[in-house]
Design a binder for this molecule. Structure first.
Ligand SMILES: Nc1ncnc2c1ncn2[C@@H]1O[C@H](COP(=O)(O)OP(=O)(O)O)[C@@H](O)[C@H]1O
Ligand SMILES: [Mg+2]
Length: 317
């Protein structure tokens, strides 16, 4: 059924003695949706993903994958590729051997394994390394092999727990690029991360988790808009000729401008909280200044602002 969510977790709670690692976590990933599960270390991301993939039994709550209860584990996980808590591939094996092994577990025949292996190794850009031992690879390359393993059975749904953690910047970029490319395939993705920018880069929606509770969830752009509406934006104006005191004063006196910061001779940042009409007038003033406007940028609220807003008052004591 098309309306059936890829993943539906309802009221997930996991107790360790009196401590709730996660508490009443609700999460729905629609088909084709890319959702980020965002939260700091210890927030409950791995616990949530383990409960969703049936690696641990929640104290209460239920999970359905493509409409199938996770208690029917084999059936529910049939179309899921997942990597939870960074496993390491065997160092003495080559990617080709590892994928052959994984393919057999999934019951694929040799021909299917050969076709699928090539496809996933090309996707993660490791085809040229297929016959080299994994032990010689960098961490980023090993992580891409792990990702290839998850992709091998051609899953409808992919669940990844912090796939870029511990990687150098290049390794991170490679993994993110691969994940972004998955958008061209008809898959749903649930990815946990503690990196905000990773969510806005890869995901359309986000669930923010903190101390085991989901504190916000929804469409990334809707959430950003919601806080954007209550916050100021920054207007950045860059000019061809040096800014004059007169132009600066004119800009500062525009309706809606609540602050300004001169960034060298040719650029000024204005803090703006007015209406769209007022914002258009600020632009008019800039264009009529005779200084030549080279660039006019609006920097709105972003996920970072939202995260700060939501965790306000929670500063480290
Ligand atoms: N097996 C366990 N026993 C006791 N506490 C645990 C166990 N696993 C996780 N926790 C605790 O549950 C909380 C959430 O952990 P986890 O889901 O691993 O967080 P994250 O993946 O977001 O870093 C942490 O406070 C962690 O210490
Ligand atoms: Mg974790």
């Amino acid at each position: 059924m098309n309306g059936t969510p890829a993943i539906e977790a309802v009221g997930l709670t996991k107790m360790y003695g009196n401590f709730a690692a996660i508490s009443d976590v609700n999460l729905t990933v629609k088909r084709g949706e890319f959702m980020g599960l965002l939260g700091p270390n210890g927030a409950g991301k791995s616990t949530t993903l383990k409960a969703i993939t049936g690696l641990l039994m929640p104290t209460s709550g239920s999970v359905r994958i493509a409409g199938i209860d996770i208690k029917d584990h084999r059936h529910a996980m049939e179309h899921v590729g997942c990597v939870i808590e960074t496993p390491e591939p065997y160092p003495d094996f080559t990617p080709a051997e590892i994928l052959d092994y994984v393919g057999r577990i999934y019951g694929l025949d040799s021909r299917e394994i050969a076709i699928r292996s090539r496809d996933v190794l090309e996707t993660v850009r490791m085809w040229d390394w297929r016959n080299k031992k994994v032990g010689e690879f960098s961490k980023g390359m090993r992580q891409r092999i792990v990702l290839a393993q998850a992709l091998l059975p051609n899953p409808d749904t992919i669940i990844l727990d912090e796939p870029t953690s511990g990687l150098d910047p290049r390794g991170m970029i490679e993994i993110r690029r691969t994940l972004a490319e998955l958008k061209h395939r008809d898959v749903s993705l649930l990815i946990s991360t503690h990196i905000l920018s990773e969510v806005s880069e890869i995901c359309g929606s986000v669930s923010m988790i903190r101390d085991g509770h989901v504190i916000a969830s929804g469409d990334v752009s809707t959430l950003i808009h919601r806080i954007g509406a209550s916050n100021s934006v920054t207007l950045e104006i860059r000019t061809l000729k040096p800014l004059t005191p007169q132009v600066i004063s004119d800009l500062e006196h525009c309706q809606g401008v609540t602050g300004s910061e001169k960034m060298g001779e040719y650029m000024i940042k204005l803090e703006f909280t007015g209406t769209s009409e007022e914002q258009a007038l600020v632009n008019e003033v800039a264009f009529r200044s005779g200084l030549g406007v080279l660039a006019l940028n609006e920097k709105g609220a972003n996920l970072e602002d939202l995260y700060m807003e939501l965790t306000k008052g929670d500063e480290i004591q």
